[in-house]
Design a protein around this ligand. Structure first.
Ligand SMILES: *Cc1c(COP(=O)(O)O)cnc(C)c1O
Length: 370
């Protein structure tokens, strides 16, 4: 699905220099490298403030806390985005209000959002595509609720020239290694146009301190981006747009090569899409998965079990039905899509997909030997 060694090989010299610079500095947590990356990443997103944190899930939690969400507050979100938002809400003691998605884009449906009551909206830009932000912001404003963007799959994604992270009251990014911009380990950031939100998140990421050993707010935590990861991210950030274009080119090649009556292909050619994942739909998804496994083709499902059906909730959401979300969870399948994927491998994957159901395998997807 990914080739992180190939991804970093051309940068080995620059990355080694960056890590050595940190070692030689003798300063490893919240120093010049973090401040430098925060400034560069904020500018990239088109907002004045970025605050480095330990990972993307913490970024969601701290962004929500930063806009004033806490225990008992109701937060609207989708249930098809991997459960990270739910993890953050449960940590905050906030209440998930699951809203169904628009089936074509797999992102939050603004009309359904309008029917709910909520104190904030967490909107996920799934697979590299921006959700319908203009409509969502309009609904949220009428409900008097702040909007937090989950941009963990959308670094650099844009609409009308405005990037992911610059639309809501705050936004969360992950720099997990397989994201469009990844660290050599965990990392995350909250970006915001609000100086007040940035200040609150800066306190919340470090014990609730406004200055050393002076705790002014809580519940806070320790969630810091470290100097080594910030130095690595500063080396990688200038390459992000090129990598995003390479992902979109892989997606375009799949679109041209895959021809199958049982499959629905994603619209990665939509403007501003950054091709984080190439997710197609197939009513016979599990058979397609077995077929690809038998042909040695890597693939994954993002994501098989929606949040409202996760065992952590017990029967709390047993009566809740989200038909589009549930259909998508049963039908989605992701093909390899990363910047270093060679064209001939894209073609091999496409050929294997096209051969699905051609009568060459048994019910387990194993090839029938003649
Ligand atoms: C990866 C991801 C996260 C969480 O990021 P971590 O750094 O792994 O905590 C949050 N939301 C989405 C949509 C993601 O894909």
């Amino acid at each position: 699905m990914n080739d992180l060694a190939a991804h970093h090989a051309p940068l080995a010299g620059a990355l080694t220099d960056a890590v050595r610079r940190v070692i030689d500095s003798g300063w490893f947590v919240l120093g010049r490298e973090v401040a430098g990356f925060e400034e560069a990443f904020a500018a990239y997103c088109g907002v004045p403030h970025a605050v480095g944190v330990a990972n993307g899930t913490d970024a969601i939690e701290l962004a929500l806390a930063g806009v004033g969400i806490g225990r008992g507050d109701r937060v609207a979100l989708v249930a098809n985005a991997g459960g990270y938002g739910t993890t953050a809400l449960l940590a905050l003691g906030a209440e998930p209000v699951y809203v169904d998605v628009d089936e074509d884009t797999a992102t939050l449906d603004p009309a359904l959002l309008d029917r709910e009551t909520f104190d904030a909206v967490l909107v996920t830009h799934l697979y590299g595509r921006l959700a319908d932000l203009p409509a969502i912001l309009e609904v949220a404003a009428r409900h008097g609720a702040p909007v937090v963007e989950d941009c963990a799959q959308a670094h650099g994604a844009s609409r009308d020239g405005r990037r992911a992270g610059s639309w809501g009251d705050a936004a969360a990014f992950s720099f997990y290694p397989t994201k469009n911009l990844g660290a050599l380990g965990d990392g995350g950031a909250v970006v915001t146009a609000s100086a007040g939100v940035a200040e609150r998140v800066r306190r919340l990421r470090q014990y609730g301190w406004d200055r050393k050993y002076h705790q002014v707010t809580g519940p806070a935590r320790n969630s810091r981006l470290d100097e080594v990861q910030a130095a690595v991210l500063s080396v990688k950030l200038p390459h992000l747009d090129g990598w995003n274009a390479a992902r979109v080119a892989v997606a375009a090649r799949y679109r041209a090569a895959i021809r199958h009556p049982k499959l629905t292909l994603p619209e990665v050619d939509a403007p501003g899409h950054v091709g984080h994942l190439y997710v197609l739909r197939c009513a016979d998804r599990d058979a397609l998965s077995a077929h690809l496994r038998a042909h040695g083709v890597a693939h994954d499902v993002h994501y098989p079990l929606p949040d409202h059906r996760q065992p952590v909730h017990g029967d709390r959401f047993a009566g809740l039905e989200l038909p589009a979300t549930e259909r998508l969870c049963a039908e989605v399948l992701s093909l390899p899509c990363h910047p270093e994927l060679p064209a001939e491998q894209v073609d091999r994957v496409a050929a294997a997909v096209n051969a699905f159901g051609a009568g060459t395998e048994n019910w387990k997807g194993q090839p029938c030997t003649p």
